[in-house]
Design a protein around this ligand. Structure first.
Ligand SMILES: [Fe+2]
Ligand SMILES: [Fe+2]
Length: 268
């Protein structure tokens, strides 16, 4: 197993959060997979495609025992989240969870008939999931970027697993630590993607309100997105929320491209 200290995001009194990453990316987009375990019962977040299935499977077997994998959380319908789902359902007893919007679409990834009933729909409001002795919050994150989209907040570790929101590419680090230049990180490596992929101000405002409420009640100490760098420290988390809240993105800025095309598409 490749796990080093940096891959253990939290480990206290039987509750653990692991970053499972770096299985070799090939042509695939870099992706972070997370495992939350409480008293050895696990939930796997966004397990991705076929090529990472094998190493992920053996890591989970080693960390908690594959029979203890209770849930597979699918933040939304994209291939980097769902493509390998049939393998997971065949080889585990886990229940997979996804927005109700995607229930009829996911079988196109090749779900076998005898496992399809273990894919369960989530209502738009999300909910609270019992995991071991802990509770995991499945929070609404629609239009960031999928119309049926959820994130996970874990009140024990105080980590927000933000899915595609706040994802980043291109930097040579995996963590933004307290005291690091969070503004530079957001501007250079997060903003180009948030601006194009995410739902814009109408969504960011209520989302920020919900995150602030979560922070007041439970605290948020880390944001762990599904691609790129993990943002650590309460100050950095708050700066990230503030930055996002005032950003124009998606529908706010895409209007001008809606014109009848007038250029041929040429492939070299
Ligand atoms: Fe996505
Ligand atoms: Fe993604």
């Amino acid at each position: 197993m490749f796990l080093n200290k940096e891959n253990i995001l939290f480990d206290k009194e039987g509750h653990q959060c692991f970053l499972l990453e770096d299985y070799g990316h090939g042509e695939m987009v870099q992706a972070n997979v997370f495992l939350i375990a409480d008293n050895k019962k696990g939930i796997l977040l966004d397990p991705g495609g076929h090529k990472v299935f094998k190493p992920l499977f053996s890591d989970i077997s080693e960390l908690i025992g594959i029979q203890n994998l209770k849930y597979i959380f699918l933040s939304h319908q994209d291939p980097d989240i769902v493509a390998g789902l049939n393998g997971w359902l065949i080889t585990t007893k886990a229940t997979a969870l996804i927005s109700k919007l995607w229930m009829r679409f996911i079988p196109h990834y090749g779900l076998d008939r005898y496992v399809v009933s273990r894919l369960k729909p989530l209502e738009d409001e999300g909910g609270i999931l019992k995991l071991g002795n802990s509770e995991i919050f499945i929070i609404p994150a629609h239009f960031m970027h999928s119309p049926g989209n959820f994130q996970i907040y874990d009140p024990v570790s105080q980590i927000l697993f933000s899915g595609d929101m706040f994802f980043s590419f291109g930097m040579d680090y995996m963590f933004v630590n307290p005291g690091d230049d969070i503004e530079k990180h957001l501007k250079e490596y997060v903003e180009p993607y948030v601006k194009r992929f995410m739902g814009g101000k109408q969504i960011f405002k209520p989302y920020a309100r919900m995150l602030r409420e979560i922070d007041e009640i439970f605290g948020i100490k880390m944001i762990a997105p599904q691609h790129g760098a993990i943002i650590k420290g309460h100050d950095n988390v708050m700066k990230t929320i503030e930055w996002m809240e005032n950003l124009e993105a998606g529908p706010d800025i895409i209007g001008p491209v809606f014109k009848i095309p007038n250029k041929p598409i040429i492939f070299d």
